[in-house]
Design a protein around this ligand. Structure first.
Ligand code: SF4
Ligand code: SF4
Length: 131
């Protein structure tokens, strides 16, 4: 999923992904969720805090099933969280936009100058006719 979103970040708006969210008031800090997770996406630290790394979660729900206290529930999260910013691509896009803006400016200036030359030629033609 991460690879697909990296190539086409705009797809994030069409994707619904779910990951576990813990209700710490119910959690007994047993660690069963971390032991059951096949991707090590969920962890319980020494202080008993449960944390989930959404990019590594495959949404299997195993942690929710094994939790003895019903402290976990699967909730939707924004899939754009999985898109890692590509600094090179962003810089390239910025340079392209700048080059396009400059080209449009030169085009506008060129058109303006052509119009002035056209007006001058027209006036010369009118002057010749009136002589
Ligand atoms: S839903 Fe599956 S992959 Fe995600 S944290 Fe729970 S056990 Fe791990
Ligand atoms: S399995 Fe449930 S009770 Fe145990 S640590 Fe995980 S969230 Fe807390």
């Amino acid at each position: 999923m991460m690879g697909a979103l990296q190539h086409a970040p705009e797809l994030a708006a069409n994707v619904t992904l779910k990951a576990p969210v813990v209700d710490s008031s119910l959690c007994s800090m047993c660690g069963d969720c971390a032991n059951a997770c096949p991707t090590h996406a969920i962890d319980v630290d020494k202080e008993g805090t449960v944390s989930v790394q959404n990019p590594y979660c495959v949404g299997c729900g195993a942690c929710v099933v094994v939790c003895p206290d019903g402290a976990l529930s699967m909730e939707a999260f924004d899939a754009s969280e999985l898109v890692i910013p590509d600094k090179d691509a962003e810089e390239l896009a910025r340079q392209k936009a700048k080059a396009k803006a400059e080209a449009q400016k030169y085009l506008a200036t060129g058109k303006d100058q052509l119009n002035k030359v056209g007006d001058a030629l027209e006036r010369m033609g009118d002057d010749k006719k009136s002589q």
